[in-house]
Design a protein. Structure first.
Lengths: 182, 276
């Protein structure tokens, strides 16, 4: 039985959601780096100038929010942790002696956690991003905290994104053949 | 008067004098609101020097005009009324950028070079580098920076830094007919005000020292000034903790991934006996 027939493969809309998110996160990251770190100003010039970089960041933010909604609505039912996942986590996860994470259904425990983290920090990034887009409309304290939340969620996506890519593409693991997916 | 032309009451050679006196070289305004007659000569002089257009306004029942700071109004006399035993007292406050030492706008600005500080203590704005994010508008405890939706840029008082650099006092101070706006060495101005009996000077210590200070005769709130202007603590969390965390976390994740990959590759070769 192929992966697709088993129900654990991804549909085209799920793939669109995933790759839209990937693309938008990369754009958001690189357009923002020049703002945050003066040593990385060169990145802003890659996009034209600071203003264009800012506009791309805003547009990518909208794209990210849409892809987050798509991914969330399609994967939330498969990503709620069950008893087996909680037992593995209680056992210390990767740092315990419970072995690899239980893989029941479409995603294993760590994939579920990554998805939930993406959803939580994605909502945090999107909502704080709306405030930071028009900061003059909001109270000073709220804007200041939105900077903190926006930066913290960016840290989550930067760090876990790197781990995600490394885990998927660089760790030697059994790879499925293309025909098994379709 | 053309922009850049030196005025009659200039303070030529004051920098050298500062060095001889051992002062910091920081310049400031010390404003005595009780001397202000709200003639608004400062507003006009500011508009003339900075070549700012007039703005149409409407009568809203007060002599205050225009209603507030705007993209084309860098300084404005704000009218406040206070009930006293002798009736209504008018309080006049000169609104403009107060050139804070601990400037929230500079701290929050994401556009490199858009806001900078001169040796005299002026916080100056380079509009060409402004990206119109409006962070400074939201962060300023005095609500000074103004956003223009047409140009999508910020504007604010630049402390006439071009005049100061040539040893000329700012346009508003030069135009003031009553001596309400005193300009000069910051420390000397403070000492002078204290000799005149003003023990508490608004702006001396607020936001680590403002370069526009006031010898107030009533509580700051009565003039419409915040009693204790502060930069939100979250800004420090963002700048000092979360921003380094983003940079550091990304670096560690990249370095960790690379190290792990090299380690595994080496182990794999060892297991195969390639390295023996």
């Amino acid at each position: 039985m192929s992966i697709k027939d088993s129900g654990i493969g991804s549909s085209w809309i799920e793939r669109v959601g995933h790759w839209s998110m990937t693309g938008s996160i990369l754009l958001l990251f690189f357009t923002n780096c020049g703002f945050l770190f003066s040593s990385l100003q060169i990145l802003q010039h890659l996009f034209g100038n600071t203003r264009i970089s800012s506009s791309i960041h805003h547009s990518a933010g909208i794209f990210f929010s849409i892809s987050l909604v798509i991914s969330f609505s399609f994967w939330i039912k498969d990503c709620l942790p069950d008893g087996e996942d909680l037992d593995w986590l209680k056992g210390g996860g990767y740092f315990g002696r419970s072995g690899p994470p239980p893989s029941k259904g479409k995603f294993n425990t760590t994939q579920k956690l990554y998805f939930l983290g993406t959803a939580i920090f994605g909502i945090m990034a999107s909502s704080s991003g709306i405030v930071l887009w028009s900061p003059h409309l909001f109270k000073l304290e709220l804007v200041a905290w939105c900077h903190v939340f926006h930066c913290f969620s960016a840290t989550f996506f930067a760090v876990t994104g790197i781990i995600h890519v490394y885990h998927r593409h660089f760790l030697p693991a059994p790879r499925l053949k293309r025909e098994e997916y379709y | 008067m053309e922009k850049g032309e030196k005025g009659g009451k200039g303070e030529k050679g004051e920098k050298g004098e500062d060095e001889r006196k051992g002062t910091t070289g920081e310049k400031a305004f010390l404003i005595y609101p009780q001397r202000c007659i709200a003639c608004r000569a400062c507003q006009v002089a500011c508009k003339q020097w900075n070549r700012l257009p007039a703005e149409p306004t409407t009568n809203f029942g007060s002599y205050e005009n225009p209603l507030g700071l705007s993209f084309h109004t860098y300084t404005q006399i704000h009218f406040r009324e206070r009930k006293t035993a002798h009736g209504i007292q008018w309080l006049f406050l000169k609104r403009q950028c107060y050139h804070c030492t601990d400037a929230a706008c500079m701290l929050i600005c994401p556009a490199p070079g858009a806001l900078s500080k001169t040796d005299e203590g002026a916080v100056i704005l380079n509009q060409d580098k402004c990206i119109g994010c409006k962070y400074c508008v939201s962060m300023c405890p005095f609500e000074v920076p103004q956003f223009d939706p047409n140009t999508r840029k910020i504007s604010k008082c630049n402390f006439c830094y071009d005049r100061i650099a040539k040893g000329v006092q700012p346009a508003c101070a030069q135009a003031c007919p009553t001596g309400a706006i005193c300009y000069g060495d910051r420390n000397a101005l403070i000492q002078q005000a204290k000799l005149l009996g003003h023990q508490s000077i608004y702006g001396e210590k607020e936001v680590k020292g403002m370069h526009v200070m006031f010898a107030l005769q009533a509580p700051a709130q009565d003039y419409g000034l915040p009693a204790n202007p502060q930069i939100p603590v979250a800004v420090f969390w963002w700048k000092r903790v979360f921003k380094p965390l983003l940079g550091g976390g990304t670096g560690i994740a990249l370095l960790g991934g690379l190290t792990h990959y090299l380690y595994r590759t080496l182990r794999r070769h060892e297991d195969r006996g390639d390295l023996s």
